[in-house]
Design a binder for this molecule. Structure first.
Ligand SMILES: *[C@@H]1O[C@H](CO)[C@@H](O)[C@H](O)[C@H]1NC(C)=O
Ligand SMILES: *[C@@H]1O[C@H](CO)[C@@H](O)[C@H](O)[C@H]1NC(C)=O
Length: 288
């Protein structure tokens, strides 16, 4: 009996203390997540603060926490860490702390915080859609795609680095293509940003449509493919004969000759008829 009362007392004491300790606290950040495309890496969270602020701390696993000056006591709900995560292959985690507003103080010893998932720029950033140009060779047997390696949010000597600068030989491209007139699809992987399609891949002189996306085989399977480019097609500059076939051309020429003959005959007939009319002689129309 005494035992039960003790437990009740302790439980009550605990909950009173808990309420007291947390009476003046701030809401925890929610939905803390990484959003990263081409190494433009934002940490985002909810909700928008009303009478408090957020501070972001990030660290490589097992190392000291660091702060980005733009993300200390901020009223915003995102933090750009693109150029803070310097070691692209390291595993980072971040904490979002709910703190007093800038310039205000609090009695709290420890601020509420929420941790993010792990994030490794090199393996986790999404590769955005690339742009590319199509070139058809003069003999129409080869098509070359010139892919523009997308720029990243990282810099070297004030120049943005491209994804090729970052990934080097780890970067490949995957092309998905098919004849524009059909739904069939083929794929080709290219280690180079210049992708050559020849007799093994394409029929000469036919219009093909292409989608290109970055492909990084060293990544885990669900992160290997980047965003798909806009679809682009090579122009259908087939010669007339290739388009219609020799038989059709012969038929067309025959039809042309026939038309000309009919026109000539009609004209000749009409002239005769007119002459006849002028001669005021009614001559029945003769069949041709
Ligand atoms: C967290 O995300 C969920 C789903 O997107 C959303 O419904 C919820 O409102 C978010 N939380 C806050 C505090 O905004
Ligand atoms: C701060 O916001 C919380 C929750 O919105 C509210 O309960 C509290 O009264 C506010 N404090 C001040 C000083 O405005």
């Amino acid at each position: 009996m005494l035992k039960m009362e003790w437990i009740f007392f302790l439980t009550t004491l605990c909950s009173v203390l808990f309420t007291f300790c947390h009476a003046d606290t701030y809401p925890k950040a929610q939905n803390v997540s990484w959003n990263s495309v081409n190494f433009k890496t934002l940490l985002t969270w909810d909700p928008i603060p009303v009478n408090y602020s957020y501070t972001v701390e990030y660290s490589i696993v097992g190392q000291n926490r660091e702060r980005n000056p733009h993300c200390i006591r901020t009223m915003r709900t995102e933090c750009d860490l693109s150029n803070s995560l310097v070691d692209l292959k390291a595993k980072y985690s971040a904490d979002v702390l709910s703190e007093p507003k800038y310039g205000e103080t609090s009695d709290l010893v420890e601020f509420p915080h929420t941790s993010s998932d792990w994030f490794t720029p090199y393996t986790d950033t999404v590769i955005g859609r690339p742009d590319f140009k199509i070139e058809v060779s003069k003999d129409k047997k080869k098509i070359t795609l010139y892919v523009e390696d997308p720029p990243t949010a990282l810099f070297k000597k004030n120049e943005p680095k491209t994804i090729r600068d970052v990934f080097g030989d780890d970067l490949q491209y995957k092309v998905t293509f098919g004849k524009s007139a059909s739904t069939g699809k083929k794929t080709k992987i290219s280690a180079s940003s210049e992708i050559l399609l020849d007799g093994k891949d394409i029929d000469p002189g036919v219009s093909y449509c292409f989608n290109v996306q970055a492909y990084i085989p060293s990544r885990s399977p669900d992160k290997q493919l980047g965003e798909s480019s806009k679809r682009q097609c090579s122009s259908s500059d087939k010669s007339f004969i290739e388009d219609f076939g020799v038989g059709a051309i012969a038929g067309f020429i025959l039809l042309l000759i026939l038309t000309v003959v009919i026109v000539i005959v009609t004209v000749v007939c009409c002239r005769r008829k007119t002459k006849a009319n002028m001669g005021k002689e009614r001559v029945p129309l003769r069949d041709v």
